[in-house]
Design a protein around this ligand. Sequence first.
Ligand SMILES: [Ca+2]
Ligand SMILES: [Ca+2]
Length: 395
Amino acid sequence: MNSRMTVALVLAAGASLALPAYCESAVDPKPETTNSPAVVVFMNAESEDAAKCWSGERVKEHASEGAWAMKKDFGPRKGSLSIYGGFPVWPNDLAPYGEMLLDVYNPQEKSYQLQCNFKDKYQYTHNHYYGMAAPPPWPDGRKLDPHAGHVLLEVKPGWNHLSFSFDEIFKRTGIEWHYIHHFWMWLPELEKSKEEATLYFDNLRLVRRLGEAGQLSPHWKKIELRQNDAEKLLYGFESYYEVWEWEWSGRKYLVEGPGVTEGQLGMQVNFGDLGDRKWEYGARFGVHLGAYEKDFARNVWSGWKTFRLDVFSPSDEPREVWMTFASTAADKKRTEVSRKVTLQKGANHIALPVEELVKEGLDLSNVGWFEFKPKRDSKGEFGWMVLDNLKLTKK
Ligand SMILES: [Ca+2]
Ligand SMILES: [Ca+2]
């Protein structure tokens, strides 16, 4: 199966034909406390609001817990039981949990293979891997197998009290539990047949790991504005919240190693590959500076003299990078200004006079987008780099 077919299949499986309206978070967006319970409800259909985030029908029959269960019909083009937005735990970080427990009632007289899948942000095809020949590899160089994350559970007639291990999924896929985007379950065997079947789901629970492993990572720190008379820090990469704002074709990690020039952490990016040689530079990798944290005002650059970014390059050869800045003026006119820089092995401290960008039309009152794209190296690869200390200074 080629990669394009794989993408189509994943999309087909993840999508339901009758999509509910996109669901805003139904949970309180506060980090969990250290006193969190050992078992956390993922879906129990008891709350009408939370149930709206799921593609199934909330019914008062075959509940294993409380009064309500989630009913879902499966068959050709009936799609999956999926969650859309409103992820049941906040942040969307499943690293503190080691296992999923679920109750499934099967009113038919035959058994089925229920396929369960998580997708992390990297596997989320629509924004990140769509059309890519080679998604960014894991840090250890392993390539992504889009099918490795499937969990198949046998659903026998009557009640089924099921479970599966998150560690097993991680071993097969290297899934990024710190940012799970999507969860869905379906009966793939029915897609090819004319058969239909109905299942009832209830009491989906996450089992917390023991000890520190069961705590939310301290890297989920609130992003703090760090600005003084001399500098304004746009990104220090000290929090997952900062890292997840960066979009598109890169696998991103908070790292402590070489390349950290500010604080304790930096962002390592393993760049993705669109495959075709016409993509000489890395596919779009960047950030909407004005999209989040309005008070931070990352998009207002007026009054600053120098744009700075520290980049660690592990490559033995010089690496060429395109940086693109885009501004949107009050009259909606969008201007893009790009600069090519060549990075040497090890630490690089990029500094660009803001005035030079203005001469080419950049509007400093609203710099909304910043992009960072390496050129292929002599082996035809994009490799990885560590970014830190993205800031504006007065000198
Ligand atoms: Ca229930
Ligand atoms: Ca840092």
